[in-house]
Design a protein around this ligand. Structure first.
Ligand SMILES: [Zn+2]
Length: 116
């Protein structure tokens, strides 16, 4: 067995002497295609991932387009705080009673459950 290993080693040394600089795979590919590899390939990665099965919107809108769409939505006066906006209504107003009551209700629930 040791003899065989020694044989392989001498063979490898011989090959190293015969072929001092073996051509890399990249060089081979460049020769094969006939065009040198581009140093800097321009292009950006896509902005967001997309899951399977969601084909409702054919084209994904950019943040800019989304902002434009939001600005085109008609504005209404919030009956709770009196601000003209299209982001919330009286029901969903951050200053409304439901928004204020929600954390209190949560706290109440926590207190109830921690009693046990
Ligand atoms: Zn409001």
């Amino acid at each position: 067995m040791a003899e065989f290993v020694e044989q392989i080693r001498t063979l490898k040394k011989k090959v190293d002497i015969d072929v001092p600089n073996p051509p890399s795979k990249k060089d081979d590919m460049e020769k094969f295609i006939g065009v040198p590899k581009l140093k800097n390939i321009g292009g950006k990665n896509p902005s967001g991932a997309k899951n399977k099965g969601s084909t409702r919107e054919v084209r994904r809108k950019s943040e800019k387009e989304k902002a434009i769409d939001a600005s085109l939505k008609p504005k209404r006066k919030c009956r709770e705080c009196g601000v003209c906006t299209n982001t919330h209504t009286k029901k969903t107003c951050p200053l409304g009673p439901t928004a204020i009551a929600a954390p209190k209700a949560k706290e109440e629930m926590r207190r109830m459950w921690s009693a046990y």
